[in-house]
Design a protein around this ligand. Structure first.
Ligand SMILES: Cc1cc2nc3c(=O)[nH]c(=O)nc-3n(C[C@H](O)[C@H](O)[C@H](O)COP(=O)(O)OP(=O)(O)OC[C@H]3O[C@@H](n4cnc5c(N)ncnc54)[C@H](O)[C@@H]3O)c2cc1C
Ligand SMILES: NC(=O)C1=CN([C@@H]2O[C@H](COP(=O)(O)OP(=O)(O)OC[C@H]3O[C@@H](n4cnc5c(N)ncnc54)[C@H](OP(=O)(O)O)[C@@H]3O)[C@@H](O)[C@H]2O)C=CC1
Ligand SMILES: O=C(O)C(=O)Cc1c[nH]c2ccccc12
Length: 425
């Protein structure tokens, strides 16, 4: 990596990522009077929601489970806000708590400098002159908050014969609507919430989807008799152990969705209930909002795993051939923390804190994580409150110390205290 063009001392934590996690921890810090710097690789907040999701997306949990700390959703919002409403809420949230991320700052490396007792975070931005050349800035501070999320990078599996397929291949993060696919046969790889909803959207736009289901999957109704399944689960968890709640959920799912799912190609996992698999492995159960009915009606075909791609479609593991004009990869996402966080063993090779929930928010040497609990936005909110509270104690202690040992306290300094070097051309 090139030597940094400039170095900036941060008075307060350096937060990487301006999604809901980064925004909420910065907001909580603000309410404690602690300044922070939020670094975001993209040029907007919540870029996952603004740039990498399809048009018809809504929150799929009731809104009270998706609120960030310190600000409820507007009462006028529906139970399941649209992504546009969610983004407006996040914009209002950032404004209310004076969170102003530094955009186009892609963190390429962060390491703890043991000699100095400080974090050194290197971020690259493409040059303002529009050239390809990256400008590196080094941010130095006492605390580092990892808020890059569970969905930072796309999973793009390597398929045999991928190069021979003649049609367009798109990851779901680039899919906006089924309109361009009208009249086409589309092979959708993956049967998580994205795969299911894209299939539904394709049907609504006159396309013919086939959905690859290579393994077992938990499908739950989003609602039962008008009550959110998630609310039922949250209520039951107050009295019953998770495994029992899972068994009840599966029973209720059978009642409301029917027991013919295996016949439709949707087998439930033999071991591990829906919440257990979500919490332990991040496998989110599908909350059905209509795909199942389309599968029953034959409008969405369920097909087994892909063996290899061919010019006009794919050969499946059972030897059958599925003709397709286009492919949508709804194959999920992964964390990118191991790519840039160096010299710390707090995160696993998969980019999650090794200590499981609820311990994974605090690491060593001023390292924190927000948003890796596999518990959606509710988990984000929980982490943010804890992390901000913990940093605030340390920040205020160190400021009290420096105030008593010197006449110039740092609390009123701007967050970025110094720009030691000017950018090199
Ligand atoms: C399609 C979809 C729908 C979802 N719906 C729900 C829902 O209804 N309810 C729910 O509770 N949860 C939902 N989730 C879970 C989801 O994880 C959260 O909604 C939420 O976006 C997580 O926030 P986050 O800030 O942790 O991560 P993100 O929103 O992914 O934000 C992380 C930010 O970090 C930035 N970043 C990444 N790497 C770097 C880097 N190296 N340098 C600088 N910046 C970087 C990214 O650009 C991004 O802006 C959904 C997820 C997806 C993918
Ligand atoms: N608010 C909402 O309505 C929505 C929320 N979301 C959330 O976003 C997150 C990401 O969801 P999603 O994008 O669906 O990703 P998921 O990780 O949940 O699902 C990925 C799917 O791709 C399959 N897959 C991966 N690789 C292959 C392969 N090589 N061949 C065949 N299948 C493969 C997986 O199968 P296997 O299980 O066998 O590995 C799985 O079915 C989830 O938490 C989800 O709940 C997503 C969409 C809508
Ligand atoms: O949709 C997501 O990605 C979420 O993480 C939301 C969520 C958190 N816990 C759950 C349990 C069942 C279904 C969805 C979620």
């Amino acid at each position: 990596m090139a030597a940094p063009a400039r170095t900036m001392w941060v008075n307060g934590p350096i937060i990487v990522g301006a999604g809901p996690a980064g925004l909420s921890v910065a907001a909580c810090l603000h309410t404690h009077g602690v300044p922070s710097v939020v670094l975001e690789r993209d040029d907007c907040i919540a870029s996952l929601w603004q740039r990498r999701t399809y048009d018809r997306l809504r929150l799929h949990l009731p809104k009270r489970f998706c609120e960030l700390p310190g600000m409820p959703f507007p009462a006028s919002y529906p139970e399941y806000p649209t992504k546009h409403q969610f983004v407006s809420y996040l914009e209002a949230y950032a404004a209310a708590f004076h969170v102003r991320p530094r955009f186009r700052q892609s963190v390429a490396s962060a390491r703890f400098d043991h000699a100095a007792g400080l974090w050194r975070v290197q971020a690259s931005s493409s040059s303002d002159t529009g050239g390809d050349e990256a400008i590196y800035t080094e941010y130095i501070g006492r605390w580092l908050v990892v808020a890059t999320g569970e969905n930072a990078e796309r999973v793009l599996p390597e398929f045999a014969g991928a190069g021979s397929f003649k049609g367009p291949v798109t990851h779901v993060s680039e899919y906006k609507s089924g309109e361009p696919y009208r009249g086409s046969r589309v092979l959708v790889v993956g049967c998580g919430n994205s795969g299911m909803e894209v299939c539904l959207d394709l049907c609504d736009h006159g396309a013919r989807p086939a959905m690859v289901v290579r393994d077992a999957v938990h499908v739950l109704p989003r609602e039962m008799l008008g009550v959110a399944t998630f609310s039922v689960a949250a209520f039951l968890l107050r009295f019953l152990p998770l495994r029992l709640v899972d068994r009840l959920l599966v029973l209720l799912a059978g009642l409301f969705l029917g027991n013919d799912l295996p016949r439709l190609g949707l087998r439930r996992p033999d071991s591990g209930g829906p919440l257990e698999l979500k919490n332990s492995r991040g496998r989110t159960p599908v909350l059905d909002i209509g795909a199942l009915a389309k599968i029953r009606a034959g409008e969405i075909a369920v097909v087994p795993g892909v063996k290899r791609f061919m010019a006009g479609g794919a050969e499946m593991v059972d030897g059958s051939f599925v003709a397709a004009d286009a492919v949508v990869l709804a194959t999920g996402y992964h964390s990118n923390v191991p790519q840039w966080l160096k010299g710390s063993d707090f995160f696993s090779g998969e980019g999650y804190p090794k200590a499981g929930f609820p311990e994974g928010w605090k690491g060593e040497s001023g390292l924190y994580s927000v948003g890796f609990t596999r518990r959606g936005l509710a988990g984000v909110a929980l982490d943010a409150v804890r992390v901000a509270g913990d940093i605030a104690v340390a920040y205020n202690q160190s400021n009290r110390k420096s105030a008593s040992s010197s006449s110039s306290s740092c609390t009123s300094c701007p967050v970025l205290l110094q720009q030691q070097q000017e950018p090199v051309p």
